[in-house]
Ligand binder design. Structure first.
Ligand code: XMP
Length: 520
């Protein structure tokens, strides 16, 4: 287990709460670095000088299931402020000699807490009110306070809703200050960070930029780095960061699979090669991809063929560059923590096919992953700090297998041409109507059925175009976007009238789950 040595930080010891990442994000939003570590991995010896505060997260466990969690008790003796949240509050109380038992009433949802005593933790928290609405989610609760602890606030069901040991700087809250349902919860976290841990701000996009540019320089030295550039947010930010850091020692490879959105290849070349002056190797592999995909209609086969061919082509071109030592990847913080999840959640599995895995294996390259401590919104801000355009930074996600999985059935040149046009008109219309940024992801798909239409005096027999536009937080769940009728009319007319090959437009109104975002 190794924590960053340089930046002052709050370490969050994760006991499997669904909100752990949110705690880290709240702290970082305050401009302070924060790292998440699993309770199974962290030992006292890992806690270095830079750790100025510790948060114990919530979790699905019960403090008496001692064989299910591990916690090095010596962490309590390090003289570092600790905030326990929910399960963290219970374990902190128990380890200090208090007691925890099953609550008479389980509490899930909003509860009122009442001020009992003043504390640094609750400074300016109540805003003149006596009580505050907080978000509870627990079955157990602290039933006896440890020695030298005091009650700061209570709810009807939880006497020890906020507690403190002022001398040791130990704090416990039964509710979740990190979720937005807790009124002014951010203030509690900010008080813990600034008034109790006394950390100074150190985590702006500018700080990150300088730190990461230097770190990449240190790691890479005089060697060369290759990077698979897709034009998406993550790979664009990685490429631009490395560009600023090591300049011409970076070689980006952009593979045109023929399955990209209309004009994508021109835009990527224009932005990265012409404007940002990167070493960009543009590979036009349209024919190779379409050849391999000929007559293939099984979605899983399509994904495999595309993934494997992509790696093959990437390697072919990477080998032409002499003395490459490193491969840069846009791994983000959630990828890192999900794969080490304490609760063993399935999320990482669901996502595994989304990443181009296996790239470096054969080539024996070391990884450069400069974004591995950042959340997606931080990556976006860093991108802007690196002077990437807003247009690149706020793009909708686009899958690696591209239009292939938006075209159930066999892939043909004709169908691709039709789909590219439809998608182009749809996205264009969203931008013109100021809707693009209200939507998490939108695209057109081409269904493998033809239906009858009437155009002028002729009957037509053409494809069906499906439009999908969703709202989402992270792509794991999603709901369809509600368009006005006038917008839907405009776009369906535009598509049917302008594109030969489509005579009907439908809108996908399923949510995820039970449906999914892409068609295949
Ligand atoms: P699904 O369809 O799984 O999509 O609900 C969730 C999100 O992931 C994207 N997606 C992919 N991204 N390679 C990628 O890089 C893929 O194979 C892939 N499949 C889905 C999808 O666009 C959506 O944003």
């Amino acid at each position: 287990m190794s924590l960053d040595q340089n930046l002052e930080k709050v370490v969050i010891i994760d006991f499997g709460s669904q909100f752990t990442q949110l705690i880290a994000r709240r702290i970082r939003e305050l401009g302070v670095f924060s790292e998440i570590v699993s309770h199974k991995k962290i030992r006292t010896s890992d806690i270095n000088q830079s750790v100025r505060g510790i948060i114990l997260s919530g979790g699905p466990l019960n403090v008496y299931q001692i064989n299910k969690y591990s916690f090095d008790k010596k962490i309590l003796e390090l003289n570092i402020p600790i905030l326990g949240i929910c399960f963290g509050h219970q374990i902190l109380s128990k380890l200090n000699g208090g007691r925890v038992k099953q609550s008479k009433h389980r509490e899930f949802g909003l509860a009122n807490i009442f001020r009992k005593r003043d504390s640094l933790l609750t400074k300016n928290f109540y805003n003149m009110k006596k009580n505050k609405k907080v978000w509870m989610s627990h079955a157990d609760q602290v039933s006896k306070l440890p020695k030298n602890f005091q009650v700061i606030a209570s709810s009807t069901n939880s006497k020890y809703a906020i507690v403190e040991n002022k001398l040791k700087k130990f704090y416990g809250v039964q509710f979740h200050p990190e979720v937005t349902h807790t009124e002014n919860g951010k203030k509690l976290i900010s008080n813990f960070v600034f008034l109790i841990c006394k950390i100074k701000k150190n985590w702006s996009s500018r700080d990150q930029k300088i730190k990461l540019i230097n770190e990449v320089r240190d790691q890479v030295g005089t060697h060369k780095v290759i990077c698979a550039l897709s034009g998406g947010v993550d790979s664009s930010v990685v490429a631009q960061l490395l560009n600023k850091s090591i300049g011409k020692k970076l070689y980006c490879i952009f593979v045109n699979t023929g399955l990209l959105r209309k004009n994508e290849e021109t835009q990527v070349v224009r932005t990265f090669k012409k404007r940002l002056k990167m070493n960009l190797i543009y590979v036009n592999a349209e024919k190779e991809f379409l050849g391999k995909l000929k007559n293939v209609s099984d979605p899983e086969k399509k994904r495999k063929i595309i993934g494997n061919l992509f790696i093959k082509i990437f390697e072919r071109y990477a080998k032409k560059i002499k003395n490459v030592k490193f491969l840069a990847q846009g791994t983000l913080y959630p990828d890192l923590i999900e794969s080490k999840s304490v609760t063993g959640s399935q999320t990482s599995k669901i996502k595994s096919h989304h990443n181009v895995g296996g790239l470096p294996k054969k080539m024996n390259l070391k990884l450069v992953e400069p974004l591995k401590f950042l959340f997606k919104d931080e990556v976006r801000k860093l991108g802007l700090e690196l002077k990437l355009s807003k247009e690149i930074i706020s793009r909708h996600p686009f899958p690696g297998p591209g239009l292939a999985i938006r075209m159930p059935g066999v892939i043909t040149n004709e169908k691709l041409k039709i789909l590219k046009e439809a998608d182009y008109y749809f996205i264009q219309a969203l931008r013109e109507h100021g809707l693009y940024h209200k939507i998490w992801q939108a695209y057109a798909a081409l269904l493998p059925v033809k239906t009858v239409g009437v155009m002028g005096d002729n009957r037509t027999y053409e494809y069906l175009c499906l439009l999908r536009a969703i709202t989402s937080e992270d792509g794991m769940t999603a709901d369809f976007f509600e368009f006005r009728k006038s917008f839907m009319q405009t776009i369906s007319n535009k598509i049917v009238n302008s594109i030969r090959g489509i005579n009907r437009v439908v809108y996908d109104v399923t949510s995820k789950p039970p449906s999914t975002i892409e068609l295949e």
